[in-house]
Design a protein around this ligand. Sequence first.
Ligand SMILES: [Ca+2]
Ligand SMILES: [Ca+2]
Length: 72
Amino acid sequence: MKTWHCDGDDDCLDGTDERDCPTNPPGSPCSFTQFQCANRRQCIPKSFQCDGAVDCDDSSDEVGCCKYNFCI
Ligand SMILES: [Ca+2]
Ligand SMILES: [Ca+2]
């Protein structure tokens, strides 16, 4: 089940579901709802990790994903 609140995606289109979220982990440029790309320059919503589409410039969001016992 998807949790809409604080998932890094603006689902309400006015940002209200992304309010009152816990703050970023110390030292991380990404919020706790986000996946940090290996290049440390990009943050993407966690839901974008292992979704089959490359979102990080370095493809790190699709590395280490396992599907049908096959891991990249
Ligand atoms: Ca959301
Ligand atoms: Ca992706």
